[in-house]
Design a protein around this ligand. Structure first.
Ligand SMILES: Cc1cc2nc3c(=O)[nH]c(=O)nc-3n(C[C@H](O)[C@H](O)[C@H](O)COP(=O)(O)OP(=O)(O)OC[C@H]3O[C@@H](n4cnc5c(N)ncnc54)[C@H](O)[C@@H]3O)c2cc1C
Length: 312
């Protein structure tokens, strides 16, 4: 069956250079190989060209050109995805958001941040924490992934337990549709309850619906104190049940992660570091947060009692 897509021609490359500038149109094989892979194991689908636009207007022009010519476009954040979303499986354009990496506003009156998609998640978190605010979603890749990639994958980490995941913080988006039109949904308001929730439609859409060019995220006050616990168990089932017991003891950990003993021992061997009581069958990694240190220490101690059959 013939491909429904067109190949990128010299005329297309000339058009892309007019739109983004020569330096932002990459055709070297090394670049194509890098942009043909993400962290999904052993897969590589090199694009025909990598584009690095710097503005939403440039993305609109790229999408108009590609839509008219039927050239496939795959948006790309930092390429840390584990589900192959950034792989240009049909060739065409890898559209990198790496150059749209500015935080546009931290609004401390409305407790929101407005950002471009190419900002590294940890950079965004540290910027708001410097203002006493908090953006909790914490994928383990936060030191390298982009906030735009987090939106497209609805990323989350251990703090999902108390604080939720990316979708719980998205108040508004600006995005470019495949035909090049620019749309804005939502914004700096919490109670946005009428009409379709189109911002949320883009969350988790893996770049299949639109290219996100600006994001408005809800922030919360930064808790002053944190306590971390590593609780070893003789039995994995008991570790899982312990979490319910902790909730029933009226404690809500700010983060929780279940660690299998075998995985802990593998990590020790690989990284040459030791983990407390690594001979245990399982561990719960728990974090409590709040503003009162004495209360947190008390909660942490009573939490340990609540979990029941700990190893030692
Ligand atoms: C070591 C490691 C640990 C990880 N830990 C976690 C974890 O704890 N929790 C978790 O949820 N994930 C985790 N991940 C997966 C990954 O980091 C996340 O999915 C992250 O959100 C991807 O962001 P990215 O910028 O790298 O996006 P990419 O991998 O570049 O792209 C991911 C998807 O988003 C789309 N996309 C990117 N930017 C845009 C945009 N601006 N507009 C539209 N679509 C876009 C792409 O087309 C693709 O479909 C981990 C990955 C690694 C390698």
């Amino acid at each position: 069956m013939p491909s429904p897509f067109a190949r990128v021609t010299a005329d297309d490359l000339a058009a892309f250079r007019m739109i983004c500038g020569d330096g932002n149109v990459l055709t070297e094989q090394a670049e194509l190989d890098i942009h043909g892979a993400d962290e999904t194991e052993d897969l590589c689908f090199p694009p025909e060209v990598v584009l690095r636009p710097e503005t939403a207007a440039q993305i609109q022009a790229i999408m108009r050109q590609c839509s008219r010519r039927r050239i496939p476009v795959t948006p790309r954040g930092a390429g840390t995805g584990l589900s192959g979303g950034a792989l240009p499986v049909n060739g065409g354009v890898s559209l990198s958001l790496a150059k749209m990496n500015r935080i546009l506003e931290i609004d401390t009156s409305n407790l929101v941040i407005v950002t471009q998609p190419g900002v590294i998640t940890q950079v965004l978190q540290e910027a708001v924490e410097a203002q006493g605010l908090y953006y909790p979603p914490d994928p383990a890749s936060r030191g390298s992934c982009f906030i735009g990639g987090n939106i497209a994958e609805c990323a989350g980490g251990p703090r999902a337990l108390k604080y939720g995941v990316t979708k719980d913080y998205v108040l508004g988006v600006e995005a470019v549709l495949p035909d090049g039109s620019l749309i804005r949904w939502g914004g700096k308001l919490l109670k946005n309850v009428t009409g379709y929730n189109l911002a949320q439609l883009l969350v988790g859409s893996e770049g299949t619906l639109a290219i996100v060019t600006e994001i408005t995220l809800r922030l919360i006050p930064l808790p002053k104190e944190r306590v971390c616990l590593v609780v070893p168990f003789d039995d994995g089932q008991a570790a899982a049940r312990a979490l319910t017991k902790i909730f029933m003891a009226r404690l809500t950990p700010s983060a929780a992660e279940y660690l299998e003993g075998a995985a802990v021992r593998c990590a020790e061997a690989k990284f040459g570091k030791s983990f407390p009581q690594s001979d245990a069958e399982a561990h719960l990694l728990l974090e409590l947060d709040g503003n009162d240190r004495a209360q947190l220490d008390k909660d942490a101690t009573s939490g340990r009692c609540a979990v029941g059959s700990v190893k030692r």
